[in-house]
Design a protein around this ligand. Structure first.
Ligand code: ADP
Ligand code: MG
Length: 391
C-alpha cells in the first residue's frame, strides 16, 4: 500500500527560483492536427499555474501516442492548445535530449513556458534508460509528476528521472486522483461495483480487489458474456473471451458463497452483424446467429434500481459498443442514472471516461479518473511505479 503521506505535495515545498521538470500526461486524442478532447490538458492547468505563480520556471514533458519515428505524434498541436488555455507562449524544443532548454532558460520571459517534444522520441524512454535524467540534471533543480495516466509505466520520465532529484512532488491532479481512489478503496460504506467493457482478463484483479468490499456486482457489456456462458446460457456470436468462462464461474461462486448480489443482463440488444444497424432488436435470449452489442431496457432498469440503496459506486467499462450511437443506450442510460443517484460515484478506465464525457453527465460524477490502465493498476496494487519513485 502506498503511503501518500511520504510523498510531498506542491503545497509542501517552496518553488521560488527552482527550475522544475513537470511531467504531464498530455496524451490527448488527435485526428490530424485537431485535438478531439481537451480534458487532459485542462486537468494539467492547476499545477502549471501554481508553480508559475510561486516563482518556478517550468519545463514541461509529456508523451503522445506511440510514435515509430521523430515525425509522428508531434506535441505541436498540444503546445498550441495549452498556450491558448494559459494565455502564454509555449516554446517547443524539437529534440528533448538537446541542451536547448538549458541555454534558453535564462532568457525565458514570464509569458513563456518551455516544453520538450514528445518524450517517446527518446529511444530509451520506454526502457527506463538514464538518457533523459543525464540531460535534465544539467539544468533542472526539481521534479514534479502530475501525469497520473502514465504512473503505472516504468518509463524514464516517470520512474528513473525522479529517483535522481531530492526536491520532488506530486501535482494537484495526482493528489486528487489518489485521494479519491483511496476514499473508495478504504471505505466501509455500502458499495456497488459496476463492470462492463470487453476484456475480462484485464479486470479480474479489479473484481478480486472488491470481492470483500462490494455489496453488489453488476456486469454489462462484453464482460457479461463469459458470466452468462458460465451459467449455461447462449451468447450466440457475441464477443466472448472463451478463456475467461472458467474464471467467471469461480467469481460467481465466490460472490454466492459470500451471499453477495450479482446482477447480469436479463435482456440484450442484438444485431446480425455489427454494420447492420437495421437488424437491431431487443431480446431476452441471445439467438445463436446474433451478437449482443448492448444491454436491453429491462437490464438498464435493473441496474438503475441497484443504485438506489448504495452509498458508493465504482463504474468501469461501458455496457455496449457505445462508440456507435445506436449501440450506446445502455451506457448512456446508466451514466444518467449515476448522475441522479445520491451515491458518491467514481468512474475510471479510458473508454469509460470517454463515455461519461460523451453522455454530458461528467460534471455530476464525484470523480472521473484521467487514468485508464493506471487507474486499474492502482486499485489492484494500491501503488504505482511513478509514485514509488517520489518517496
Ligand atoms: P475501459 O477502457 O473503460 O476500461 P474497456 O476497454 O474494458 O473499458 O472496454 C471498452 C470497450 O468495450 C469499448 O470499445 C466497447 O465498444 C466495448 N464493448 C462494450 N460492450 C461490448 C459488447 N457487447 N460487444 C463488443 N464490445 C463491447
Ligand atoms: Mg479501454
Amino acid at each position: 500500500m502506498l503511503n501518500l503521506k511520504k510523498i510531498k505535495k506542491l503545497s509542501d515545498l517552496k518553488w521560488k527560483g527552482e527550475r522544475v521538470f513537470l511531467r504531464l500526461d498530455l496524451n490527448v486524442p488527435i485526428k490530424g492536427e485537431k485535438i478531439l478532447d481537451l480534458s487532459r490538458i485542462k486537468a494539467a492547468l492547476p499545477s502549471i499555474e501554481y508553480l508559475h505563480a510561486n516563482g518556478a520556471q517550468i519545463i514541461i514533458g509529456s508523451h503522445l501516442g506511440r510514435p515509430k519515428n521523430n515525425k509522428e505524434y508531434s506535441l505541436a498541436p498540444v503546445a498550441e492548445a495549452l498556450g491558448n488555455l494559459l494565455n502564454k507562449e509555449i516554446i517547443l524544443i524539437e529534440d528533448p535530449l538537446s541542451d536547448t532548454a538549458k541555454f534558453l532558460l535564462p532568457s525565458v520571459k514570464k509569458n513563456q513556458i518551455i516544453m520538450l517534444e514528445n518524450l517517446r522520441y527518446i529511444p530509451g524512454e520506454t526502457k527506463n534508460k538514464p538518457d533523459l535524467q543525464k540531460v535534465l540534471s544539467k539544468y533542472i533543480t526539481a521534479y514534479v509528476n502530475d501525469a497520473f495516466g502514465v504512473c503505472h509505466r516504468v518509463h524514464s520520465s516517470v520512474n528513473d528521472v525522479p529517483k535522481h532529484f531530492k526536491k520532488k512532488a506530486v501535482g494537484f491532479l495526482i493528489e486528487k486522483e489518489i485521494q479519491s481512489l483511496d476514499s473508495i478503496l478504504y471505505s466501509k460504506k455500502k458499495m456497488l461495483l459496476a463492470l462492463g467493457g470487453s476484456k475480462v482478463s484485464d479486470k479480474i484483479a479489479l473484481i478480486e480487489a472488491f470481492i470483500d468490499k462490494a455489496d453488489t456486482l453488476l456486469i454489462g457489456g462484453a464482460m457479461a458474456y463469459p458470466f452468462l456462458k458460465a451459467q449455461g446460457k447462449e451468447v450466440g456470436e457475441s464477443f466472448l473471451e472463451q478463456s475467461c468462462v472458467n474464471t467467471a464461474r469461480k467469481i460467481l461462486k465466490r460472490f454466492q458463497v459470500k451471499n453477495k448480489n450479482i446482477i447480469l443482463p436479463s435482456d440484450h440488444r442484438v444485431v446480425s452483424d455489427i454494420d447492420n444497424l437495421k437488424s437491431l432488436k431487443v431480446v431476452t435470449e441471445i439467438p445463436s446467429s446474433k451478437m449482443a452489442i448492448d444491454i436491453g431496457p429491462a437490464t438498464s432498469m435493473a441496474f438503475e434500481n441497484a443504485l438506489k440503496s448504495m452509498d458508493q459506486v465504482l463504474w468501469n467499462g461501458p455496457f455496449g459498443m457505445f462508440e456507435t450511437k445506436e449501440y450506446s443506450k445502455g451506457t448512456m442510460n446508466f451514466a444518467k442514472a449515476l448522475s441522479k443517484s445520491t451515491a458518491t460515484s467514481f468512474v475510471g478506465g479510458g473508454d469509460s471516461s470517454s463515455a461519461i464525457h460523451q453522455s454530458g453527465f461528467a460534471d455530476s460524477i464525484f470523480h472521473v479518473s484521467t487514468g485508464g490502465a493506471a487507474f486499474l493498476e492502482y486499485i489492484e496494487k494500491e501503488t504505482l511505479p511513478g509514485l514509488e519513485a517520489l518517496i
